[in-house]
Write a protein that binds this ligand. Structure first.
Ligand SMILES: Nc1ncnc2c1ncn2[C@@H]1O[C@H](COP(=O)(O)OP(=O)(O)O)[C@@H](O)[C@H]1O
Ligand SMILES: [Mg+2]
Length: 251
């Protein structure tokens, strides 16, 4: 199967700082890909290139190619809003809007022109069910999202991302602020979602990568050192630097 994301000869500079170096990487569709590596190695930077979030950072320069579904996403005629609709993102800190649970989920669909209450109700219910949050909140949809626990807020953010029907979900250390039980819930959720979505997750937790991903990519100093099937990468890494990292010799 053709990879849904194809990155080639990608270089990214913050002003003069060379943050991504000649990255070549294929990301398969409807699977979980994990980015691992020590802090500052460029994981978040690469993740942000995929929905053009780096566009918002002044002084960023990018060279090379990223194709998603065969489209060059840095091409001149790309509609960035439409691209971002197809690529949802969830961050380390859950960031619900200071609005009701319902309005958080309905926000994106409304922005994209859906006004019909019955239609929005269906989207809200489906999205919350997909994020395995519905049973916990179905009687409190009018309550502020900020009244939820941290783990619930993060699942709400996932539901909000799913509400606009993306193809790809980017998760940047989405569980690192959560307790172990909430983390496990999100890992289980990722397992559920991978049959329908392409998921790319940055994690500083190698065990998490091993538990949930099918492909793991190891980064160091802005370079992809190794990208492989997760079991292969953790059992028989082909690069000595990968081996050093996964055996805890640095990072
Ligand atoms: N907005 C920015 N401006 C300048 N440098 C940045 C910016 N964001 C990240 N960097 C630098 O780029 C490198 C990679 O950062 P990042 O992608 O956040 O790494 P990681 O997610 O792997 O910890 C780091 O050296 C970081 O300091
Ligand atoms: Mg990061």
């Amino acid at each position: 199967m053709e990879p849904i994301i194809q990155i080639d000869k990608l270089n990214l500079y913050y002003e003069t700082y060379h943050a991504l170096k000649n990255v070549k990487l294929d990301i398969p569709e409807k699977a979980v890909t994990a980015f691992i590596g020590p802090s500052g190695c460029g994981k978040s930077t690469l993740l942000r290139t995929l929905n053009r979030m780096n566009d918002m950072i002044q002084g960023t320069r990018i060279e090379g190619s990223i194709q998603i579904g065969g489209t060059e996403i840095y091409g001149d005629d790309v509609h960035v809003e439409a691209l971002r609709k197809k690529i949802g993102m969830v961050f380390q800190q859950a960031n619900p809007f200071p609005k009701s649970i319902y309005d958080n989920i309905a926000y994106g669909p409304r922005l994209h022109g859906i006004r019909n209450k019955a239609e929005l109700d269906v989207i809200v219910e489906q999205s919350l069910k997909q994020a395995v949050l519905w049973d916990e909140v179905k009687d409190y949809l009018k309550r502020s999202a900020l009244s939820l626990s941290g783990g619930q807020q993060q699942r709400l953010c996932i539901a909000r991302a799913l509400a606009v029907q993306p193809d790809i979900l980017l998760m940047d250390e989405a569980t690192s602020a959560l307790d172990p039980i909430s983390t496990l819930k999100i890992e289980e959720l990722v397992q559920e979602l991978k049959s329908n979505y392409t998921i790319v997750m940055v994690t500083h937790n190698m065990h998490q990568a091993a538990r949930v991903s099918g492909q793991t990519v190891f980064f160091l100093n802005g370079e992809v050192v190794e990208s492989a099937n997760t079991e292969v990468l953790f059992s028989t890494p082909s690069d000595a630097r990968t081996e050093d990292y996964i055996s805890g010799r640095f990072g």
